[in-house]
Design a protein around this ligand. Structure first.
Ligand code: ADP
Length: 217
């Protein structure tokens, strides 16, 4: 599902990624761990096509994304990549259900198809009783569930999560972690997570350790 070849990334004179070769299968839940400053978020942003590598190749779901124009890369990102962050960035004036649907409408999909998928996802995430609630009326864990459903509305090939449980208490954390495995088992969802949470990393199908811009063998 994801293949990178010799990815380098520099910010000015600072080389943050120093040659990343990675291969992730469909339906794998992979955790990326490592000390602060190791380059984990930079790598996740490159996998999400939010940032381009300085050099190297990257293929996602059979598409050589490093060869795409800026216009095509954003189209690719909108349909193929789902993002979940530590802070969910839900739109405060919209309900949980509307927040999940909006990226589907933006992608130009049929309204009824988007709403059917949103209901299915929110049901799977045990949020069916919170559809009309606004983000401020939801707990932190519930807000993150909505953010995960939103990330999946367009059935992305890859779900990328950056510290998705960093802001949650232990109970909510564990529930969010379990969800990633439910998504894998239900949709064959490929998930890549940057995390400091050792428990999550250990539960994952694979733990990738990054140190100083490289993957530790
Ligand atoms: P991690 O996620 O492992 O903590 P990051 O990928 O966030 O590491 O950052 C790696 C290094 O790259 C850090 O030294 C950080 O300051 C630097 N860095 C990240 N993004 C930028 C940027 N946009 N401009 C300059 N330096 C950056």
């Amino acid at each position: 599902m994801i293949k990178t070849k010799d990815i380098h990334k520099s910010f000015g004179a600072l080389e943050v990624l120093k040659g990343i070769d990675l291969s992730i299968d469909k339906g794998e839940v992979v955790s990326i761990v490592g000390p602060s400053g190791a380059g984990k978020t930079t790598l996740l942003q490159i996998l999400g096509t939010l940032s381009r590598p300085t050099s190297g190749e990257i293929e996602i779901d059979g598409v050589a994304v490093h060869t795409l124009s800026d216009k095509n890369i954003s189209k690719f990102r909108n349909t193929k990549i789902g993002f979940v962050f530590q802070f969910h960035h839900l739109l405060p004036e919209f309900s949980a259900f509307e927040n999940v649907c909006i990226p589907g409408y933006i992608a130009g999909r049929e309204r009824h198809e988007v709403e059917k998928r949103a209901a299915e996802l929110l049901g799977m995430l045990a949020m069916e009783h919170r559809l009309t609630h606004k983000p401020a009326e939801l707990s932190g864990g519930e807000q993150q569930r909505v953010a995960i459903a939103r990330a999946l509305i367009n059935s992305p090939a890859v779900l990328l999560a950056d510290e998705p449980s960093g802001n949650l208490d232990t109970k909510n954390k564990e529930e969010i972690h379990k969800l990633f495995f439910t998504l894998r088992d239900t949709f064959g969802q490929t998930v890549v997570i940057v995390t400091h949470d050792e428990q999550l990393a250990e539960m994952s199908d694979r733990k990738i350790q990054m140190i100083d811009g490289l993957i530790r063998p």
